[in-house]
Design a protein around this ligand. Structure first.
Ligand SMILES: C[S@@+](CC[C@H](N)C(=O)[O-])C[C@H]1O[C@@H](n2cnc3c(N)ncnc32)[C@H](O)[C@@H]1O
Length: 272
């Protein structure tokens, strides 16, 4: 659900630049942002919008979403009357979010920022990180830093709610291809897994985006997409190390459903 990310993005044929820090902004720009919006526009739910809405039903204070993207979740919550605020490193994604907020007639401010820029103190009743976005940070130390920042940013009693894909995803290596019809042609996305590191719990894929007009390739973008997969117990332990209590898990966006061997995504709720 997460793609696209990356430390590398370049038009085919040119030399890619490589970012080396995990907290560097993952790409999510140009064709990648176009595809995100085609595939996951505001309101598109995987069951997550319903579950987050349920989990947040008694929340009247400010909800903060880092990595808010095109506003898929942020604007859905704002439309339900919640006070929301987001940050997002990709200017293309922020533009989509601002446009959608205007179209929906809601107040959903979104600023530029990475997880590592979260500096608020006791400001939010809830912090949400849906769609597995925390897995884009592949260094466990940097995830710990993010969780500590989130803990500081929450009001006493506030909650962090976020998703993690099953650890099984680390070994899902089948190639995939998808396409979307657009006004003047077709946009395609193909994914090839390049490497899996069980030691680091990291999977690296190549994402190749292409725009085709009348059967001619007019634009292409190649990215590396790197994800870290977490065990639920290691994440629960890390949350407790960072000061969270009462860590609860919900399987496959079903409120109160336990995690089993078949679960594909876990939503984790941790209280300050
Ligand atoms: C899978 S999208 C999720 C968007 C939105 N939260 C949703 O639920 O649809 C992941 C987002 O994380 C952002 N992102 C990538 N690296 C990040 C980082 N280090 N810190 C904060 N956001 C990051 C991307 O730009 C992208 O918009």
């Amino acid at each position: 659900m997460l793609w696209p990310d990356s430390f590398e993005a370049a038009a085919l044929g040119s030399v890619a630049s490589v970012q080396t820090t995990n907290q560097a902004a993952s790409a999510y720009r140009n064709l990648a942002a176009v595809v995100y919006e085609l595939d996951k526009p505001v309101g598109r739910s995987f069951g997550d919008i319903e579950l987050y809405t349920e989990l947040l039903k008694d929340t009247s204070g400010l909800i903060f979403e880092p990595a808010a993207g095109n506003g898929r979740m942020l604007i859905s919550l704002a439309s339900k009357g919640h006070a929301v605020q987001g940050t997002e490193p990709s200017a293309d994604m922020r533009r989509l979010c601002e446009r959608a907020a205007t179209a929906a007639g809601v107040h959903a401010p979104i600023g530029a920022g990475l997880f590592s820029d979260i500096n608020a103190v006791e400001a939010f009743e809830a912090v949400i990180i849906p769609a597995g976005s925390l897995q884009l940070v592949t260094s466990p130390q940097e995830v710990r830093d993010t969780l500590e920042r989130v803990h500081r940013a929450l009001l006493p009693g506030g909650r962090l709610i976020f998703d993690l894909d099953s650890l099984r995803g680390l070994f899902e290596t089948s190639p995939s291809a998808r396409s979307w019809a657009i006004d003047d042609g077709l946009i395609t996305l193909s994914e090839l897994v390049e490497s899996v590191s069980p030691a680091d719990q990291v999977r690296t894929s190549q994402l190749r985006y292409e725009r085709w007009v009348d059967g001619t390739l007019t634009e292409a973008q190649l990215e590396h997409f790197v994800l870290r997969f977490w065990g639920h117990h290691e994440m629960s332990t890390l949350l407790e190390l960072c000061g969270f209590t009462d860590v609860q898990l919900h399987g496959d966006y079903q409120h109160g459903t336990a995690i089993t061997a078949e679960t594909t995504v876990a939503t984790i709720v941790a209280t300050k």
